[in-house]
Design a protein around this ligand. Structure first.
Ligand code: FAD
Length: 247
């Protein structure tokens, strides 16, 4: 990461789904903008959450960006509720197709933002010491990009492997046959596919039995090719309808 001072019209913080959208629209308008991303790559939620079974719980097609008809037309989701690897592939495809990475700086975690009432500009300082200033700042930080760790006594003395779903390692982890404790039983761990994978583990221990999820519907795995094809034919109408509905 460069140290130094940089000036833009607009700074976008975060390169998840939202930050990618912002930079596409801003650069389309010819605005001099930059994305500052604290992580070492784009994708946000879908870059970080790589735990087994991580996937959409909305139908995949609803995640398509509607700013490009060509993009809507060329991308065919492989599953009805797409998994994390394909979701990340999609976001990388969008960034590459529209050459958006050149407007992004990675390992650029924002530490402070200060508003200057005289110049009417923001000064944004990074952990690295670099400073950026801009008239406008758009925060695309994501509501779920700050994982929570419990603070149980003795946690630091635990000698086994431990993982937070948000920081799940890039390399596959072999859990089958191992003794595994799971802390928390919310949407993440109770996603049907994750539960199925974890269900194969020997001696599963759920540490918060008071939080057992109450009811979960099964997600159909397969995309119905007839429905997918017909939806693809109507994709513009669907997306136009959504845009209209939001106004
Ligand atoms: C397992 C899971 C499944 C989900 N499924 C769905 C679904 O089916 N449908 C749906 O609509 N939503 C779903 N969501 C919600 C999902 O978070 C959003 O859909 C979307 O991906 C959020 O995008 P975002 O760009 O707003 O934020 P994020 O993806 O969180 O991106 C924020 C980015 O900002 C960066 N950042 C944060 N702070 C700083 C800082 N100080 N400096 C620099 N960079 C910073 C982060 O590193 C991150 O890359 C799901 C979330 C999870 C975790």
């Amino acid at each position: 990461m460069d140290e130094g001072k940089f000036s833009y019209d607009v700074i976008v913080i975060g390169a998840g789904v939202s930050g990618i959208y912002q930079i596409k629209r801003l650069t389309d308008l010819g605005i001099d903008a930059i994305v500052l991303e604290g992580d070492d790559d784009l994708g946000g939620t879908w870059y970080r959450n790589r735990y087994p079974g991580a996937r959409f719980d909305s139908e995949s097609y609803t995640y398509g960006y509607s700013f490009s008809e060509e993009l809507l037309d060329e991308w065919h989701w492989k599953e009805r509720f797409s998994g994390q690897p394909e979701n990340l592939r999609y976001l990388r495809h969008v960034a590459d197709k529209f050459d958006l990475r050149r407007h992004m700086r990675f390992d650029a975690r924002v530490r402070t933002m200060t508003w200057d009432d005289v110049d009417h500009r923001w000064t944004v300082q990074l952990d690295s010491g670099a400073t950026y200033d801009a008239r406008y700042v758009i925060t695309s930080l994501g509501p779920l990009s700050m994982p929570t760790l419990p603070s149980y006594a003795g946690m630091d003395d635990f000698e086994g492997d431990s993982f937070h779903t948000y920081w799940w390692p890039k390399e596959p982890i072999e859990l089958a046959g191992r003794r595994v404790g799971i802390i928390g039983t919310g949407a993440t761990i109770s996603s049907p596919r994750t539960a199925r994978i974890i269900g194969g583990i020997k001696n599963r221990l759920v540490t918060r039995p008071d939080e057992i999820s109450t009811w979960i519907a099964t997600q159909p795995d397969k995309i119905n090719p007839v429905i997918a094809h017909s939806r693809h034919q109507r994709i513009n109408k669907i997306f136009f309808g959504l845009v209209f509905y939001r106004q």
